[in-house]
Design a protein around this ligand. Structure first.
Ligand code: MN
Length: 246
């Protein structure tokens, strides 16, 4: 159906599953972790019309990829889709926090300079920092907070700033995740797999399984599953319509 955030190039069986992803999903956003990976992946996926590849630089690996920042900024003008970018505030990456912040700011500034982009954003443990920067660049486009795990207050702030959200099965499986999803705006929510980094019962989640959140969303929203599907499709349509003015 729809997968708004997957690392399709990192699945061990990526080449074998591309055709099925393209057939089963009407839209898949294959995020990348570096601009070089984006160039390579774009070439491999170019004939699959339902798969979009976004250019990114994952905050967890900025230390080894900082030399690709100029390339990243340069590539942004060639696509409507940017990600995975953002800031990770975990202790493990605290040494690169200022570098991460500086790169994320450069990305948002460039997205704004380019009239807006769809941006898939990582914000774990750095939600307030991420929102501060989104606020500073209000014309950066459509920020989508992927796997948002901040506080309810931060969620409310993100919603006011116009952020979208992509949510996965692992979020659904936690109380905190569910309580956040419940408060996300229905018309700005889309499914994601975040595979191959997410697992259910020790099995990888594939892009065509991102939609498996539908059962719980249907109870949260008090809607029939068919109507949840319609809502997701409408959301995707409204997102893609907005990219036409980018
Ligand atoms: Mn990811």
């Amino acid at each position: 159906m729809i997968d708004m955030h997957t690392h399709l190039d990192l699945y061990p069986d990526a080449l074998k599953i591309i055709a099925k992803v393209n057939k089963d999903n009407i839209f898949t956003l294959a995020v990348t972790t570096s601009p070089r990976a984006w160039s390579a992946t774009s070439k491999v996926f170019e004939n699959y019309k339902n798969i979009y590849v976004s250019v990114g630089l994952h905050p967890e690996i900025v230390e080894t990829k900082a030399n690709e920042v100029n390339l990243l900024i340069d590539c942004i003008k060639n696509t409507n889709f940017v990600g995975e970018v953002g800031i990770d505030g975990s202790i493990r990456f605290s040494q690169t926090l200022s570098l991460q912040t500086s790169i994320f700011e450069q990305v948002l500034r460039e997205c704004e300079a380019q009239n807006g982009k769809v941006i898939s954003i990582h914000s774990r443990g750095a939600e307030s920092n991420v929102l501060d920067l989104i606020e500073k660049y209000p014309k950066c486009g459509i920020p989508i907070l992927h796997w948002f795990s901040g506080t309810i207050k931060e969620l409310e702030r993100a919603t006011k700033l116009g952020c979208w959200f992509s949510v996965n099965q692992q979020m659904i499986n936690t109380k905190k995740g569910l309580s956040l999803i419940e408060k996300m705006p229905m018309n700005r929510l889309l499914p994601e797999s975040d595979g191959p980094f997410t697992m259910i019962d020790k099995k990888l989640i594939y892009p065509w399984e991102a939609i498996n959140i539908i059962n719980e969303i249907s109870s949260l929203w008090n809607l029939r599953e068919d109507d949840v599907l319609i809502q997701f499709k409408d959301n995707l349509k409204s997102l893609l319509n907005q990219t036409e003015s980018f």
